[in-house]
Design a protein around this ligand. Structure first.
Ligand code: NAD
Length: 262
């Protein structure tokens, strides 16, 4: 039985992680943490997640020693709990998006001492799409314009989504572009398309869980790679799979493609 800690336990993702882990015979939820001014501090994490009492109270610090911590919070949350996991030698699965370059560098540095799986999207389908996007871009060649759209619920704080960035980075890596030069965020006014750019467009709409499309177009056709997540549990199942995979592994920074072996 893998002992699990959940950071962001009172959030949309955190509650489903608690619920699915509690329903699994492979995990035991032993810690549930959230920010210090979270209105749910002191409540039972299982009751909060709608699965009945687990005897684990939502608190604001990791007090014990779970085998692995899954973090879906905000960048402040990830960075607040990273040192504790490093100090205690606890493996991590990080799903939080919107991390800055310097925060990513700190995570990479910490991965020198503990195993960490970080992914901007834990769905199997999206990880396959990230791989395919680069391959399709290479196969189609320079004459195809590339645009990426992503749609998420109205509460999403960061834009473009981490997944849209991962898709763009995969294309950049495969085609020799620099992400910082190629990515163009929306268009307004006189802004004609430049050769080689990757247009990134964020739509915020109602309760959409997560949709991504990568368009490749030339003067005769459009090729579209598309993915839609219908439930957050898709990401939760992937994160739990990653948690199982990373537990006991040697230190290093891994992503979901390592977990899936694709
Ligand atoms: P949410 O706002 O519902 O939940 C976030 C939780 O984190 C809240 O309970 C909040 O109180 C808590 N939190 C905020 N600051 C904290 C801190 N300093 N310490 C501890 N806890 C803190 O958001 P959500 O929809 O559950 O998404 C959470 C994160 O996961 C976002 O970054 C989102 O983009 C990301 N996400 C990633 C994937 C993926 O597959 N990688 C999928 C869905 C969501």
């Amino acid at each position: 039985m893998t002992e699990l800690g959940v950071v962001g336990a009172a959030g949309r993702m955190g509650m489903r992680i608690v619920a699915l882990a509690a329903a699994s015979d492979e995990f035991s939820v032993v810690e549930a943490v959230d920010r210090d001014d979270c209105p749910h501090t002191g409540r039972d994490a299982g009751e909060l997640a709608g699965v009945g009492s687990l005897g684990v109270t939502v608190s604001d610090m990791i007090t014990g020693h779970p085998d692995v911590v899954i973090d879906f919070s905000l960048p402040e949350g990830t960075m607040a709990f990273l040192p504790a996991c490093r100090e205690k030698g606890i493996a991590m699965v990080i799903g939080t998006t919107g991390l800055t370059e310097s925060q990513l560098a700190e995570i990479a540095d910490t991965a020198g001492e503990i195993p960490i799986v970080r992914a901007s999207n834990f769905s199997m389908g999206i990880n396959l799409l990230i791989k395919l996007a680069g391959e399709v871009a290479v196969a189609l060649g320079d004459d195809y314009d590339i645009e990426i759209t992503e749609t998420h619920h109205r509460f999403k704080k960061d834009a473009p989504s981490g997944t849209a960035v991962a898709l763009a980075r995969s294309i950049c890596g495969a085609t020799g572009r620099e992400y910082a030069d190629a990515a163009t965020f929306g268009r307004s006014g006189a802004q004609p398309r430049e050769a080689g750019e990757i247009g990134m467009h964020a739509v915020r709409l109602g309760d959409t869980i997560g949709e991504h499309s990568v368009y490749f177009g030339n003067l005769g056709e459009t090729v579209t790679l598309a993915h839609a997540a219908h439930t957050r549990d898709t990401f939760v199942r992937g994160a739990l799979r990653a948690a199982k995979w990373v537990t006991g592994r040697k230190p290093g920074l891994y992503d979901m493609r390592d977990v899936l072996g694709i």
